[in-house]
Design a protein around this ligand. Sequence first.
Ligand SMILES: [Zn+2]
Length: 285
Amino acid sequence: MGGDLEKLNPESKTTKKLEEFTCESCGEKYQKEIPLVGGKPLWISRECHACAEKREKEEIAAAELALQEARDKTRNNWRHFCGMPDELLLKTFDNYDRTEKSIKSAYRAASEWAKAFSLDTPRGYPSLLLYSEGPGVGKGHLMAAIVNSILNKWAGDPKKKCPLRFESGPSLVKRIKGTYNLRKGDDIHEREDEVYKALSGVALLLLDDIGKEKASDFTRETYWFIIDERVKSSLPVIISTRLEFDSKELENLMGEDTVDRIYGMVRGIQVNIKGASYRRWKGIP
Ligand SMILES: [Zn+2]
């Protein structure tokens, strides 16, 4: 320190002197060694060592608390604006009904997937395909549980833009189709590139309930575009569907090449959610 000062200004000679101060926080007298430049103290000490240490600890704790609060707020915003339906907001792994034996393996696959996935380092992570033959077996619940679990453990920069997008397959296709009828100069409605822009590059894309749409060249083009973008950027997608992997229906809806790509993305694993539907277990007609 002193050496640097002397190099900058050879005429200023640095010495040190033990001075006595009164702490402005606790009022106690204390001594501190202060550097002198040209016979004058370089700075004046205002608080004792103990008070300085205590204040620094409090400042670090306050900054940590502020960061936690900012993250909670961001988490909540993301949860509400990622496109997840309201009825799924509170669905977690804890409140997922695992009493049915055949559901357990799907539960395990989904929770293990969520456990190892990080929103901040999503690239190269495998995708997930949830399949069930019938409705009401909790595919949506599992997807929401994944979202809530990865949001709850996320501890990144609270200023980041929302890194995930939850879409229902049929309504996404409908929305994109809707952009085709827009007239020039219509700024009120979402445009096609805006729909895609909202999906592209997100750390995690969830496509719920694929298979309710009517298969057409349009659905095949749309899904090709979306899946191709995920593959190119090495980002995962979670798909839930009632169409089996090797079925003609899924191929017809998404296109053979797209299904092939998904097969690679999920590393050939289709998670089957078998068992009775929620409604039947709970005795609700
Ligand atoms: Zn003090």
